[in-house]
Design a protein around this ligand. Sequence first.
Ligand SMILES: CC(C)(COP(=O)(O)OP(=O)(O)OC[C@H]1O[C@@H](n2cnc3c(N)ncnc32)[C@H](O)[C@@H]1OP(=O)(O)O)[C@@H](O)C(=O)NCCC(=O)NCCS
Length: 344
Amino acid sequence: MEHHNLSSLMTTKNDKIRFRVRQMTNEDVPTVLEIWAKNNLHEGTHTIQSFMIQDPEGFIVAEQINDSDDLDGNPSQTIGNASIIGMCVGIFVHPTIAFIGMYGVQPELHGRGIGLAMWRKMLDHVGSLNAGLYAVPEHLTMYRDRAGFHQPDDRMLIIYESDESDQLNVDILVPSIPETKIQRITTEWYSKVIDYDAQVHGYIRAKLLPHVFTEEGSIAFVASDTTGQRIFGYGCMRTNNIGKAMIGPLYANNGAVAELLMRYLFSRLSTPFGKGLLYMTLDSNHGGQLIADKLCLKQQEKIQRFFRFQPYEGADWNREFKSFDFLSNITLLASSKLNRWRHG
Ligand SMILES: CC(C)(COP(=O)(O)OP(=O)(O)OC[C@H]1O[C@@H](n2cnc3c(N)ncnc32)[C@H](O)[C@@H]1OP(=O)(O)O)[C@@H](O)C(=O)NCCC(=O)NCCS
């Protein structure tokens, strides 16, 4: 296969591993998800593909070259015997602000310069525009002091989780609201839901959202008045690379609508949270935290996001119950080490 954006061949210092970086393809995704899981990080099983349609050039992988041939003289040659050893993503879902994440290298190959090579390639795409990322505590100083992400955002992302053994009592969630209907997001709903989403985000995500609504293994519901004219919220749920359910995006006008949407999502997901649930909300969103408390979810971690320049202020944070936007899109982009306390 012809690969885009192929770099020249690089060699690690001590063990002479030969690798190059290039744009990610759909075929790379299963390996990328495996590497992500080996680093104790979680991602929706089909979320990468949705976002790759939005901004393919921002998806970078490193591949180890196993061939013995000397490829130096022919950098555009495609490689027969190569294996993916890392990935880094920096994409624009906002017109002028990129979000960076999925930065990971095969654990046994950490510390050899592979990450930084991918990071640089990713920055070729982001250029000098603003960008945000989530910084896990162990890499916070690297991002802030060495990568130029000096500007902390006031809000923290809270990560909650339930396990296989936890009995989630979803019956405690709001069962119905007068004059409110919940329906699956079918194509007829797209324009209304995309408009609603734009009110939350401050910009239109018309290219991305149809893919998010139809991702394999995911479901999506909208809450509206009985005529379907006014939208009160919408939400999606999917499974991730370790078999847990993840909620997001989920935006609602108030906590009752968020709960009702969630109740539908829980009951309709074809593989309902067999291995547990991951749930994320911002610390500025009290409604989101109340739902977590109601479901007795365990708070695992709080992580902060950093920007190169001024943090993005165009979003309506009060409507964000589960994070899945370009700034808090943990399912694809955030660099949270979910579950590392268990698998690490
Ligand atoms: C973080 C990670 C991707 C870095 O990849 P790596 O190949 O191990 O890193 P490199 O060998 O390229 O790093 C070389 C040097 O550049 C630094 N560096 C790495 N990425 C950098 C960046 N984006 N900006 C500035 N410096 C960076 C490293 O700290 C290291 O510095 P040192 O030589 O002073 O120790 C990798 O360690 C990893 O997969 N960690 C687990 C997953 C994870 O935590 N991801 C990030 C979540 S926020």
